[in-house]
Design a protein. Structure first.
Length: 150
């Protein structure tokens, strides 16, 4: 896994803004990581530059928060029921994204355990971001999410 500072790379997720999205306000404690002036302590990626991958993972640490972001190819589908179990199992400070499941496309917008999935039109990619004030177990969460591929 390669580590670079967020200042010399583009965060593929940033804040999720889609005019047709039901995500609502997407401001989060880590800020808009692709804008100048944001300071993160670390930004890790599992896909080296110049390689094609259908699964991209990034971690961010800054301003007292920890984040994990996934960017997946739109062909990657996740098991809907198991995904709900994963996403509703912990009351993270913020969970947001656009997800392709075996039941269609959904947006998620949860703050401190409140909120849920809403159906949405198909997207260009699957995105998921989890933000919390305490460190997150990146390896466990990534392995769990990978196990939901259908």
């Amino acid at each position: 896994m390669r580590t670079r500072s967020v200042e010399d790379t583009h965060d593929p997720l940033g804040d999720i803004h889609h005019p047709d999205s039901s995500l609502g306000d997407t401001h989060h404690p880590l800020g808009d990581t692709h804008h100048p002036g944001h300071h993160a302590h670390e930004d890790s990626h599992d896909s080296p530059a110049g390689t094609q991958s259908d699964w991209f993972l990034a971690t961010q640490h800054g301003d007292g928060y920890h984040g994990i972001s996934w960017l997946l190819d739109p062909a990657v589908r996740l098991a809907h029921e198991d995904l709900i179990e994963l996403l509703y199992g912990d009351a993270w400070d913020r969970t947001k994204g656009v997800l392709h499941t075996d039941r269609g496309w959904f947006a998620i917008n949860r703050v401190s355990g409140e909120g849920g999935l809403e159906a949405r039109p198909p997207g260009q990619e699957t995105r998921l971001e989890i933000i919390h004030h305490a460190p997150l177990d990146t390896e466990r969460l990534d392995a769990r999410l990978r196990s939901l591929r259908v």
